[in-house]
Ligand binder design. Structure first.
Ligand code: NAD
Length: 249
């Protein structure tokens, strides 16, 4: 039987990279779709060295044409797309500022990638999943939608929109056996240096989390692997929070 294939956007680094490595370990053939092709190729090398299969395609998820060519690449290489992980977003490079100081262009850039980009990638993979009669789409939202983080109005609103997109897509695609779910991670320390990583932010976080340690990408990948697998075959439209018991909903 042909091995399953997954597209993971934003997998050149951070959480997306950890998800790609995990799905590859679970037997998926991986296509990494990221703006940063050089870095994405390094992640492919890691997967291939570990015995997996991976290709990288430079993709700007905010651009419909590159989303389409990414999907074409996946179909040429693997002949099918079983899973789409919509991880790519403007996050680590985003500067926090009061909502009255956010420029319209900055707001539009965040929504262009974090919302429109995720919808465009879903739209691009949809025909392949419909024709196969199956698929699992996993969005990466954030628990900041539940808690609200000062200085992150554009980001928090974009992550809320992702939950809405998950739910409406689940309703529309369910009868085609395409499932759509999202994860809502808490602040997760990755290898990337970021302005959100001020030390007192982590102190604050540990006070409000039930589990008293800082999250790392490997804390998230098991849930994504579950949503990608047939173990979750009767789940769709759900938003799963993975934040050490910080927020409950
Ligand atoms: N790290 C956290 O604390 C945290 C917490 C909750 C949710 N999240 C979410 O998890 C996801 C990954 O977070 P991260 O910390 O790894 O982020 P990151 O900013 O370190 O990495 C994002 C990746 O997406 C890529 N990317 C950005 N814009 C793109 C575009 N237009 N097209 C294609 N690729 C693009 C980047 O090149 C990069 O490889 C994001 O959706 C983020 O919002 C992160």
């Amino acid at each position: 039987m042909e091995r399953s294939a997954a597209i993971v956007t934003g997998a050149a680094r951070g959480i997306g990279r950890a998800i790609a490595l995990r799905l590859a370990r679970d037997g998926f053939r991986i296509l990494i779709a990221d703006l940063n092709l050089a870095q994405a190729r390094l992640v492919c090398d890691e997967i291939i060295t570990a015995g997996g299969e991976a290709v990288a395609v430079r993709t700007d998820v905010a651009d419909e044409a590159t989303c389409a060519s990414c999907v074409e690449h996946a179909l040429e290489n693997y002949g099918r797309i079983d899973v789409l992980v919509n991880d790519a977003a403007i996050f680590a490079d985003l500067v926090r500022r009061p909502l009255w100081e956010i420029e319209v262009a900055e707001w539009d850039r965040v929504f262009g990638v974090n919302v429109r980009g995720m919808w465009l990638m879903m739209k691009a993979v949809f025909p392949a999943m419909r024709d196969q009669g199956s698929g699992s789409i996993i969005y990466v939202s954030s628990n900041t939608f539940l808690s609200g983080v000062p200085g992150f109005a554009h980001y928090d609103a974009s992550k809320g929109a992702v939950v809405g997109l998950t739910r409406s897509a689940a309703r529309e695609l369910g009868e085609m056996n395409i499932r759509v779910n999202c994860i809502m991670p808490g602040l997760t320390r990755t290898e990337v240096e970021r302005t959100v990583d001020e030390p007192d932010r982590y102190d604050q976080l540990l006070r409000s989390q039930s589990i008293k340690r800082v999250s790392v990408p490997d804390d998230l990948v098991g849930t994504v692997a579950f949503l990608a697998s047939s173990d979750s075959s009767f789940m769709t439209g759900q938003a799963l929070t993975i934040d050490g018991g910080n927020t409950f909903h």
